[in-house]
Design a protein. Structure first.
Length: 325
């Protein structure tokens, strides 16, 4: 029997387009769904939802934020519903026939940290939250911070870009999303902070309208939105064991706001991570060089070029910071 499915996806950016593509990939050529597609918050109204309920729709797939009144009507039903990447308290409280598909903050944070660390020039790191610090923003920060800590680096948590001028440069910055990344680039432009020389900026979502039109163009992490759409369709009428399903990262899209990865950068970043983990264990310059597996002359040269100090100088600096702490 052909099923009537109500799909509410914001289609103005890459996320909604790829989610819809994932839904169609699941359905394949023999589509047995009669889909009503809602493309914006202006269309996703309580009146539209009431009409769909009255017409006997079999399921709902929802991924349009800031539509609390329409979502509240779905929260009071037990019609099969899949919610993608929105955090609505009333829908979250519903217990029956509902699945949440979300991009994984752990994988986003991990991918961001590795991308910035591999560049090899960052002396400090920062995460800049969305203007209103929401749960998903906090989750992304924690994952980013954890990965950096595992490699011997500290991450500053900022609610805005104003404190960037106080941090040691170059600074590796992860913004909570592309909108916030654009704000960071604008801040750097007005404060004469060079990107990517002084600040390297990475956004999240790969919204091409924002990323390709910012100056410089914004690098960004693209979650696997297409897979989210595929799983939303798969689980709408076949509930998974887990109430929430997390989906990983598709790719890190490198643009002008982050520098190219170099062999020298990787070498220096490896040295910095080793120093920060072991500086208080009586290591010396020769221990760092042995860890790198290269000549002392090369290690000293590259370290001075990218960090502006000597290996011995950084060992002493890390020890001093630990004593102060």
């Amino acid at each position: 029997m052909r099923k009537k499915v109500f799909v509410a996806l914001r289609m103005s950016g890459i996320a909604g387009q790829e989610k819809l593509g994932g839904i169609f990939r699941f359905l394949g050529d023999d589509r047995d769904w009669d889909i009503t597609l809602i493309r914006s918050a202006e269309e996703f109204t309580p009146k539209r939802v009431k009409s769909a309920l009255a017409e006997g729709y079999d399921g709902f797939i929802v991924s349009i934020p800031d539509t609390e009144k329409a979502a509240a009507l779905l929260a009071d039903t037990d019609i099969p519903t899949v919610v993608m990447d929105i955090h609505d308290p009333k829908l979250s409280a519903r217990r029956k026939n509902i699945v949440f598909i979300r991009n994984s903050p752990e994988e986003i944070g991990r991918a961001a940290a590795h991308h910035l660390m591999q560049i090899g020039r960052c002396r400090s790191y920062a995460f800049i939250h969305n203007p209103s610090v929401l749960e998903w923003s906090v989750d992304r920060f924690r994952a980013f911070r954890t990965t950096l800590r595992d490699h011997g680096f500290w991450c500053h948590e900022l609610e805005g870009p104003d404190r960037l001028r106080d941090l040691e440069r170059p600074i590796g910055v992860l913004a909570a999303n592309d909108d916030r990344g654009f704000d960071v680039l604008e801040y750097c432009r007005t404060r004469r902070l060079r990107v990517p020389e002084d600040v390297l900026v990475l956004g999240i979502n790969n919204d091409t309208i924002i990323c390709e039109n910012s100056r410089p163009r914004l690098s960004s992490i693209q979650p696997d939105f297409e897979q989210e759409g595929f799983l939303a369709a798969k689980h709408l009428f076949d509930l998974p064991a887990e109430r929430t399903v997390f989906v990983g990262v598709k790719e890190v899209v490198r643009r002008d706001s982050t520098a190219e990865t170099s062999h020298s950068g990787k070498l220096v970043q490896k040295a910095v991570a080793y120093i920060r983990k072991n500086a208080c264990r009586s290591i010396g310059v020769n221990d760092v060089v042995a860890h790198l597996g290269c000549s002392r002359r090369l290690a000293d040269l590259r370290f001075r070029q990218l960090q502006g100090t000597t290996i011995g100088g950084m060992i002493a600096d890390v020890r001093l910071r630990e004593v102060k702490r």
